[in-house]
Design a binder for this molecule. Structure first.
Ligand code: C2E
Ligand code: MG
Ligand code: MG
Ligand code: MG
Length: 285
């Protein structure tokens, strides 16, 4: 009987592991043709200035509509794209789309402030893209080609990237900033968060991860951490974006703590290009 049970257990685990690999393999295979078949799109989620309520930026987020499976999260397919060598192609494609959107916003006079500063589009950059290829140069060249001021673009990088402390990563970041492209440190607090990086790195914004924001209204320690990150960032001359703002209460607490910007479902989800334009039109001034 024990033997039969063991056998059953054996049978229970093996196919599930196989299924995970098969699924990854299948998704990777489908992803290769997804771009050419027009299944990828870029959505835009507003980032609001908490002091004025204006939409001053937007984050570009890639979307994949699979013909059979429907929407697949970038949290699922970006790591696959990194593993199978598709991230440079997808990353460049997203960058061009998002830069085109920034140009459209800029030309139509949509600005992020009453003073007319351009609405900035923030684009995620995968760590792998920093290690291989010359994306930074290609991207900076592309902005010149389309005649878009670099201040209309920001790059988001995650902490994990910095832990490697590769000198080429730092120099690529510097190249962006020298060209006038701003840099955001994404998902702050989820990685190793070594304070030394903040001191050494050339960055403009820090994005507090949504896990802190989610619990800050219920858990005093998350609130304390969030407030401390904001205060520390300001002392270092960085501005702070809070991710995952879902309630009025969270927004108010962040505002009271002096947080500069908020992003989350409380304001809006990520929207297709045209819907983002409509949102801007009806957004209260
Ligand atoms: P991220 O860069 O931290 O992006 C923020 C994620 O939080 C987005 O998920 C966004 O839809 C979600 N979000 C925004 N507001 C809220 C909220 O109020 N509540 C909750 N629960 N979630 C909220 P999304 O679009 O599924 O993207 C997931 C991750 O995939 C991104 O995290 C980013 O790491 C990666 N990603 C997305 N687009 C790209 C891309 O074009 N290139 C690269 N390399 N990575 C991307
Ligand atoms: Mg991001
Ligand atoms: Mg983030
Ligand atoms: Mg995140």
């Amino acid at each position: 009987h024990a033997k039969a049970l063991g056998k059953n257990r054996f049978c229970y685990f093996v196919p599930s592991i196989q299924a995970i690999f098969a699924e990854r393999l299948q998704l990777g295979h489908d992803l290769r043709s997804a771009m050419a078949q027009g299944q990828l799109d870029v959505y835009y989620q507003p980032i609001v200035d908490l002091a004025t309520g204006h939409i001053v930026k937007a984050e570009a987020l890639v979307r994949w509509h699979h013909p059979r499976r429907g929407w697949i999260s970038p949290a699922q397919f970006i790591p696959i794209a990194e593993d199978i060598g598709l991230i440079n192609g997808i990353g460049d494609w997203v960058f061009r789309r998002a830069a085109g959107m920034a140009k459209r916003l800029w030309e139509s006079g949509c600005s992020g402030t009453p003073a007319g500063a351009p609405l900035q589009i923030s684009i995620n950059k995968s760590p792998r893209q920093f290690f291989t290829g010359h994306a930074h140069e290609t991207w900076i060249d592309h902005l010149q080609e389309i005649g878009l001021p670099a201040e209309c673009i920001a790059i988001e990088i995650t902490e994990g990237l910095l832990l490697d402390e590769r000198p080429d990563v730092t120099s690529k970041l510097q190249q962006f900033r020298r060209a006038g492209v701003q840099v955001s440190l994404d998902d702050f607090g989820t990685g190793y968060s070594a304070m030394a990086y903040l001191k050494r790195l050339d960055i403009d914004y820090l994005k507090i991860d949504q896990s802190f924001v989610r619990d800050m209204t219920s858990t005093p320690s998350d609130r304390a951490i969030t407030e401390a990150i904001i205060a520390m960032s300001h002392k270092l001359g960085l501005r702070v974006v809070a991710e995952g703002v879902e309630t009025r209460e969270q927004r108010d607490l962040l505002s009271a703590a002096g947080c500069d910007f908020g992003q989350g479902y409380w304001f809006s989800r990520a929207l297709p290009e045209d819907e983002f334009f409509k949102l801007l039109q009806r957004w209260p001034d």
